[in-house]
Design a protein around this ligand. Sequence first.
Ligand SMILES: Nc1nc2c(c(=O)[nH]1)N[C@H]1C(S)=C(S)[C@@H](COP(=O)(O)OP(=O)(O)OC[C@H]3O[C@@H](n4cnc5c(=O)[nH]c(N)nc54)[C@H](O)[C@@H]3O)O[C@H]1N2
Ligand SMILES: Nc1nc2c(c(=O)[nH]1)N[C@H]1C(S)=C(S)[C@@H](COP(=O)(O)OP(=O)(O)OC[C@H]3O[C@@H](n4cnc5c(=O)[nH]c(N)nc54)[C@H](O)[C@@H]3O)O[C@H]1N2
Ligand code: SF4
Ligand SMILES: [Mo]
Length: 689
Amino acid sequence: MPATSAPVPTTTRVVHGTCHHDCPDSCGWQVTVDDGVAVQLRGNAAHPYSAGELCPKVNRFLDRVYSPDRITTPLRRVGAKGEARFEPISWDDALDEIGRRLRAIVDTHGPGAVMPFISAGNQSSIAILFPERFWNRLGAIELTGALCGAVAGAGTASALGTGKALDPVEVRHSKLILLWGTNTRLTNRHLWPFIEAARADGAQVVVIDPIRTITADSADWFVQPLPGTDVALMLGMMHVLVRDGLVDHDWVADHTIGFDELCDHVAEWTPVRAAEVCGIDAADVERLATMYGTIRPAAIRTLIGAEHHEHGAMFFRTLACLPALVGAWRDRGGGFARSVGVWSNELVDGIALMRPDLRPAPRRQVPMVRLAEALDPTSDQPVHALFVIAGNPLVVVPDAEGVRRGLARDDLFTVVHEQFLTDTARYADIVLPATTQIESLDIVPAWGHRWLGWNEPAIDPVGESVSNSDLHRRLARAMGFTDAALHDDDEDVIRSVMPGVDVDELRRTGWVEAPYPADGRPYADGGFPTPSGKVELRSERLAADGHPALPTYLPARESASGDPDLAARHPFALLTPKHHTRFLNSSYSALPKHGPLEGGPFVEMVAEDARRLGLTEGQCAVVWNDRASLEVPVRITTRLRRGVVAIPWGWWSQHHADGRTANALTNPALTDWGGGVAYSDTLVAVRAR
Ligand SMILES: Nc1nc2c(c(=O)[nH]1)N[C@H]1C(S)=C(S)[C@@H](COP(=O)(O)OP(=O)(O)OC[C@H]3O[C@@H](n4cnc5c(=O)[nH]c(N)nc54)[C@H](O)[C@@H]3O)O[C@H]1N2
Ligand SMILES: Nc1nc2c(c(=O)[nH]1)N[C@H]1C(S)=C(S)[C@@H](COP(=O)(O)OP(=O)(O)OC[C@H]3O[C@@H](n4cnc5c(=O)[nH]c(N)nc54)[C@H](O)[C@@H]3O)O[C@H]1N2
Ligand code: SF4
Ligand SMILES: [Mo]
């Protein structure tokens, strides 16, 4: 008998969603679903920003969704911490154990011994903010600052009174685009077409970065200052603008305060002095300043990379002053563009989502950056329960070996909600399975453009996985918390926190645009929300907090430390940048079509440094400092300068010969303000193994 030729009936649907990754592009996608199985995920051509393209990370998203390595049931640790020996358990058993242990810890040590570490794995509003309702109700530790973004926002606000700046797509109208500390073609690839369009109309693109990135390769001009020295370059530019009469005095008089003092202050910042600090030619300082003072419209585009320095906030504060001096805000396509998420805040009521009113008392505050310290049993008030949600702190937090020592504590109760058994999850007492973006309903405000996206679930949760919000509804039940707000349904929450948005229309079209001035000039006539209503070139608020009142270049403390021979013992500056097109932070490096195609970890240095150290291409080097040491093969590069080495970041312990990752070496110092981290002010020594 021939096999039946009748086709098996299938139901095919196409479902619209939005990428949740911590990436400025928040692309729109379409998932094709056959009989409940996602068979294709591709860019939505109608999306007003991403226009149908995704990226080398997410082009294979379904491999991630259906990976044989997905965690699909709750797991309980049966081996030693870090050994990754687990047994599957039921959700009921997992929640019983969590409820019991959490209550005991709260009874003994108070809720200030419980730390929810919610990282950046999912940028959707419900996923990232709804959990705060539960943690507010419990009164657990509140993380302050952030590994990403808080410093750029705080620094900008010191000058402008707000993080709200130019919409990056407005660079389409610029004639000069300074990409300052951002690797657009890697990290924000969907902005690049706007830059190319401006270029086709005659715009010049300058990249300012200590690394010759793929973006630098595509620029008209590349300026390569030493890491952490840009403020000197900015002050040198200000010097030239003042000296050469390139300041827009009318705009400055109307919309800034502190100009006269700034003029006196930059008088000593001659191009020669600035160039000396930055390790570039004085002629380049002159040229950059002259271009900036004469070409209009002029846009400065920056993102996150430059905040990862001890004086990271000062970088953003000083950079945000530059457009004011030349009156750049007058022009469409002129001004200062950074993360744009703050514009979307007008669409979503974050307070209503997080419900801080549920707190029984003020929460204990701990800087996110200082995880290693908070887990240290000898600290004043060590953490006793750690809940890691959408993050991989063992790979992403500085002083990673300090974090590892904390995670290894037998008296620390660790719960990790994850899709994969990450380095961090290997140390958990309980691992709980998390859904991927195509398995849950959410809304996604973008930080690289003004389109908030709808995310419709395309498939049922894989295995027994649950979304972040479902997890926290379950935790509330396990703790016996009956407050209605902790149990609200996702769709009801979305409707209640977007009062100004037609949610049915949003669901139908897939996106809604955050409001922005129609003429594209947010500050043409000033109106900055600082106390003075003006751009604060001089800031009383900063002075009151003990910071310099004027933009000021300060060398990093790690290199200028009290230890006189630190720089002699550790003569190289180490950068640990995002570099791999197939990684998103530490996500994807363990997937077979991602990590292996990127090769493996390496340390880059220029040929001259390698020669001096007696190292050759591919040879194993030891990179070390007082925090840790790491063995990695050498790659000779022309992307760096002498004295600067780089270990591109995102690899897990399993990829490193000695199980330690780049962040074992990095500097956990807090930034000047904004509560960020100085990853990129790390000194190391290098030798052949
Ligand atoms: N492919 C890919 N895309 C990503 C990510 C990823 O991991 N992979 N991560 C996403 C995330 S979380 C973020 S925050 C964004 C970040 O987006 P970006 O901020 O654009 O990227 P970064 O690589 O962090 O930093 C940008 C550049 O800053 C430079 N930099 C470091 N120190 C200094 C300095 O002192 N002065 C100057 N001028 N430049 C400096 C670095 O060399 C780097 O080239 O990218 C997002 N997009
Ligand atoms: N040395 C060095 N360190 C850095 C940086 C650097 O440039 N250099 N960059 C810093 C920056 S900018 C950032 S943003 C941070 C990123 O830090 P993290 O956000 O911690 O980065 P990821 O490693 O991507 O971890 C995200 C995890 O969330 C999981 N996940 C994804 N979606 C969900 C979900 O819906 N629910 C749950 N529960 N889990 C989910 C993923 O599987 C993944 O393991 O790293 C910082 N660390
Ligand atoms: S990771 Fe970024 S570029 Fe890639 S699909 Fe998501 S939003 Fe787009
Ligand atoms: Mo980030």
